[in-house]
Design a protein around this ligand. Structure first.
Ligand code: BTN
Length: 234
């Protein structure tokens, strides 16, 4: 049975989940109307004003072979939900969702570990829903409202969670192979030249595919390169 913890304001739903992890049951969803210190990937911040959807799903699975693929399942679930709402959304590896060439959703997944090993995966999701102005986001960003879709955060949350938990058990068992056909259908970058930024030296190449593990496979002047982390820039 899924549980919800709802807040008007938190520093960060991910930070709350990590702080209180031992007290939080498997499959609990932490939702905040605003965040004062919303966090993004690569130590960036995440603008978290009212009108956005900010939540973290705490997962404590027995089987942990395919944890990174749960993040990709979440990205796919958001993408499919936005499409159901009439938005032409697509996936940008590893787990961004774009619409109209701008970011509409970001996902920050963090593992909680202790001396005895893995305790939980915290999947933090930010979706721009009713915001009218995202000029402070620090990157080109859009919202459902800016794309002409009138809805609310709870409707989007329910739809995303339904999609996510529909695929959850299968991805836990089978990893990216359970997702790859659908993921690739919503990933329009095959054959495109991209740059992956992570650390000092960016890597440029043509996207060949996504590997059976969910990594990006690039053809570079140095040969085939498999990338497991980074920011993809077109
Ligand atoms: C990204 O950089 O694209 C990831 C952004 C993730 C933002 C969400 S909002 C809910 C959860 N709490 C956080 O502090 N971050 C994630």
């Amino acid at each position: 049975m899924r549980k919800f913890l709802r807040f008007d304001e938190l520093d960060s739903t991910n930070a709350y989940a990590k702080r209180n992890c031992s007290l939080i049951a498997d499959q609990t969803i932490i939702v905040a109307k605003t965040q004062t210190a919303g966090r993004g990937r690569m130590t960036r911040s995440w603008l978290s004003q009212p009108g956005g959807l900010y939540f973290s799903v705490v997962l404590k699975p027995q089987k942990i072979d395919f944890l990174p693929n749960l993040t990709q399942l979440m990205a796919l679930s958001v993408c499919q939900t936005l499409q159901q709402l009439g938005v032409n959304a697509w996936l940008k590896w590893p787990n961004d969702v774009l619409a109209g060439g701008k970011k509409i959703c970001g996902i920050l997944s963090e593992a909680v570990t202790h001396a005895a090993g893995f305790e939980a995966l915290v999947l933090g999701v930010g979706i721009n829903v009713r915001q009218a102005d995202l000029s402070a986001a620090g990157q080109p960003a859009t919202s459902l409202a800016m794309l002409g879709v009138q809805t609310d955060e709870d409707t989007v949350l329910d739809a995303v969670l339904a999609q996510f938990f529909d695929g959850y058990t299968t991805v836990l068992e089978k990893g990216f192979s359970a997702l790859s056909a659908l993921y690739l259908k919503h990933f329009p970058y095959i054959g495109k030249e991209v740059e992956i930024r992570h650390g000092a030296a960016p890597v440029r190449g043509i996207v060949e595919t996504i590997s059976p593990n969910g990594e990006l496979v690039l053809n570079t002047p140095q040969g085939k390169t498999i990338i497991s982390i980074g920011d993809m820039c077109v």
